[in-house]
Design a protein around this ligand. Structure first.
Ligand code: SAM
Length: 442
């Protein structure tokens, strides 16, 4: 080591100082210190990793990618570096690139709690069920005292349709703490999936004893008693989609071949070739309707319960405004004769009861305006509205047609879609409703 080279521990302290500069947001100072460190210890993976952080904080995504690649190449066995790089890739939405790094770190250090925790996060965000399940299984062995990990594991088992194992995990959690609301909530869902209604009912009652007005607990009690509640509680929808936002577009559009937003946009652009119209997009999600429509000589307003979905939609820059409220609240609070079009794609499957939705949509449309919405199909020999085991509502096309006519829509067209999207490897049938309000457009 030359006189000018600091001893290793002093250098480590210097790197820690740079890390602190980044933490407090002093980016120019951190950049200068990093350049000096780089000149002294070229090729040190820790410098590249700090460079990755700096680039990311400065909004330089491509720079962060280059720095991450250098860090990983410089120290391919350094698990902290691999996992930091993987998490940065996740933040950039590059799930497919992040997963192999997590896999490599897991091969190197399968019993390192920090590595396993982060790898689980990557697998869950990437929607890789097999890796998530395997690594969660490992995590609960490494940290059996962490009840949240066991809850996550049980949730993953349920998502894999292994309700029996999921329930077994919750049984143990509840043996240890019988009043734990998290475990009671989880066991209800596993029990409902298994058709074990007595367990679901007992657990729902235990939760209601703790919080009698909780709409989610009331909903579960109704399900456990074989009833069909009017709609899914807002909190359930919100937590479902907040956890799904990162993967929604890839899952729905690429894997499940979901195309309803495109059909809706095609209809509206054909009806308004000059692109001069305003749209209320109910349950806008990640903004696929807005993306398919493209820029308009008018505005698109997005409504959704999920903050995370709205954040994704906002990134497209197509929506003029968002409201984080329920479909029903948005419809009730909008003045009459306001929009040329209302869209509601794959949303009423969560809303269920349409008795307020359809008349209010009619009220706030301008004369000649269109309400376009999709439904999952209930068969004609089923009730008008059915709650499926998936937790989503299906509607009967003839009932929807009747409700639109009764509300006063002038013309209601129903297009049957043999494949609304894929579901568990098979096409899920549905239909698209185009209901027109009477009168000539302005
Ligand atoms: C399956 S996604 C569809 C998103 C978008 N419409 C599309 O076609 O890509 C359903 C969306 O509806 C939202 N949602 C469900 N029920 C809702 C309600 N009652 N009020 C507001 N948003 C709701 C969810 O948060 C989610 O973003």
């Amino acid at each position: 080591m030359s006189d000018h080279t600091p001893p290793k521990d002093a250098f480590t302290l210097e790197l820690r100082r740079i890390d602190n500069l980044l933490t407090v947001g002093q980016l120019p100072q951190a950049a200068q210190a990093l350049n000096q460190a780089q000149a002294r210890h070229p090729g040190d993976a820790r410098i590249y990793l700090l460079g990755m952080r700096l680039a990311e904080m400065a909004g330089n995504g491509p720079g962060a990618l280059v720095a991450a690649e250098r860090a990983v190449n410089a120290a391919p066995q350094w698990t902290a570096g691999l996992m930091e790089a993987a998490l940065m890739l996740m933040r950039q939405g590059r799930h497919a690139d992040a997963l192999p790094l997590a896999q490599r770190a897991m091969t190197i250090a399968p019993d390192d709690l920090k590595v396993v925790r982060r790898a689980v996060l990557v697998a869950l965000k990437a929607g890789h069920a097999e890796a998530a399940t395997a690594w969660l299984r490992k995590l609960v062995v490494l940290a059996p005292y962490e009840r949240q990990f066991r809850d996550l594991f049980a949730k993953q088992l349920l998502a894999n349709r292994d309700a029996a194992q999921s329930k077994a995990v919750y049984d143990k959690l509840l043996d240890e703490q019988p009043a734990d609301a998290m475990a009671l909530s989880g066991r209800i869902q596993a029990a409902l999936a298994l058709g074990d209604l007595p367990t679901a009912e007992a657990d729902a009652r235990a939760l209601l004893a703790q919080d009698p007005a909780n709409p989610q607990y009331q909903y579960w009690l109704a399900l456990a008693r074989g009833e069909t509640p009017d709609s899914q509680p807002d909190a359930l929808v919100q937590s479902l989609f907040d956890g799904f936002a990162d993967r929604f577009d890839v899952t729905l559009w690429r894997q499940l071949e979901y195309r309803v937003p495109q059909l809706v946009a095609d209809f509206l652009l054909k009806t308004h070739p000059d692109r001069r119209f305003n749209v209320l997009d109910l349950g806008c999600g990640t903004g696929l309707v807005g993306v398919c429509l493209g820029p308009l000589d008018g505005f698109i307003i997005g409504v959704d319960l999920s903050e995370a979905m709205i954040e994704k939609a906002a990134q497209h820059g197509v929506y003029a405004r968002f409201h984080r409220v329920s479909v029903l609240d948005a419809l009730r609070e909008t003045p009459a004769d306001h929009y040329e079009a209302i869209t509601c794609c794959d949303v009423l499957v969560y809303v269920g009861d349409l008795s307020e939705v359809i008349p209010n949509a009619l009220r706030i449309l301008k004369p000649g305006g269109h309400f376009l919405f999709s439904c999952e199909t209930a068969q004609e020999d089923e009730p008008d509205m059915v709650l499926r085991a998936t937790g989503r509502y299906a509607h009967k096309a003839s009932a929807v047609q009747r409700w639109c006519e009764q509300a006063g829509f002038e013309n209601t067209q129903i297009d049957h879609l043999p494949k609304l999207r894929m579901e568990a490897g098979a096409p899920l049938p549905g239909f698209l409703v185009t209901a027109r309000k009477a009168g000539a457009p302005d």
